[in-house]
Design a protein around this ligand. Structure first.
Ligand SMILES: CC(C)(COP(=O)(O)OP(=O)(O)OC[C@H]1O[C@@H](n2cnc3c(N)ncnc32)[C@H](O)[C@@H]1OP(=O)(O)O)[C@@H](O)C(=O)NCCC(=O)NCCS
Length: 264
């Protein structure tokens, strides 16, 4: 059974249990390791029921030290795997879900009052985008882990955002009375699909209809450039965003749970 899904193309290393009966796949995460000043690993999969033995084999291979972090993502209904991970010392961080929509089915006319032109972030606006993003990070997974803490988590997300900007990923801003009200960060994976990676609203402008405007305008701009599907990933605790997305016609799939293991 495949216990975790993975969309990254970073190389994997494989460690085998001492019994030789199974294997656990994992990879080191150099980007997180650098931002957190530790070694961060992601466990990707394992192929026997004996997680404890495989995880012990992993621990003796990598020799974790204080401050190191291991994480894994499991389907929300993989009860036996969740129990095994908790018994090994992993703790719950967040549950998340993938919103998706086929834009050809999107009834754009219904939302036209929310659609407004967006502009690409540029050198004169990226600092303001980062300032808005900081408020958004508070709900994200590394900030939720008190063992990481806001300082290290913010550093990670800010670098990630800055890297995305410098790599030419699409950051669109929505303006309101000459100020930036919010932004959307998307990655276009192929000609057809956009991955909605992050969105944020200026906190003092909430509850005025601008959130709907941000998401509807982002969808319209995707449709205008020929995108056929939008996909993403969002915490199930983030009911404001889930409501906005549901209100605009998104559906949801692949509920998963993220667990962390931290060495004190
Ligand atoms: C979600 C967000 C965009 C809403 O912005 P907003 O300007 O307050 O939203 P709007 O005024 O347009 O409200 C739109 C809908 O959002 C939902 N909503 C807003 N606040 C909510 C809350 N506190 N709880 C539940 N739903 C809420 C409601 O369905 C609302 O529609 P309604 O007023 O008809 O009931 C904004 O809160 C935000 O940016 N949050 C942080 C984004 C984030 O978490 N990003 C990371 C994951 S991508």
């Amino acid at each position: 059974m495949k216990l975790s899904f993975d969309t990254s193309d970073t190389p994997e290393e494989i460690v085998r249990a001492a019994s030789g009966e199974g294997s656990l796949t994992y990879r080191q995460r150099p980007f997180e390791s650098e931002c957190f000043e530790n070694r961060t690993f992601e466990v990707l999969d394992w192929d026997t029921r004996d997680f404890a033995a495989l995880f012990n084999a992993f621990l003796s291979t990598v020799q974790l030290a204080t401050g190191d972090l291991v994480y894994l993502r499991l389907p929300a209904d993989a009860i036996a795997a969740i129990k095994a991970a908790e018994e090994a010392g992993f703790y719950f961080i967040e549950s998340s879900i993938v919103p998706f929509i086929k834009l050809r089915n999107w009834d754009r006319a219904k939302y036209r009052r929310f659609i407004s032109p967006m502009q690409p972030a540029c050198p004169s606006t990226i600092d303001e985008v980062e300032e808005i993003a900081r408020a958004t990070f508070r709900g994200l997974r590394f900030n939720l882990d008190p063992n990481i803490g806001d300082e290290r988590a913010d550093r990670r997300y800010l670098r990630w955002l800055r890297n995305a900007y410098e790599a030419g990923e699409d950051i669109q801003v929505l303006k309101h009375h000459e100020r930036i009200a919010g932004f959307s960060l998307l990655r276009f994976d192929s000609n057809d699909t956009a991955i909605y990676r992050l969105a944020g609203m200026r906190p003092d402008l909430k509850n005025a209809g601008l959130g709907m405007m941000l998401y509807a305008s982002t969808m319209a701009s995707c449709q205008d450039r020929g995108v056929k599907h939008i996909d993403g990933g969002i915490s199930m605790a983030n009911t404001p965003v889930l409501n906005v997305m549901a209100g605009l016609g998104f559906l949801f799939r692949d509920p998963t749970i993220v667990f962390h293991y931290y060495v004190r």
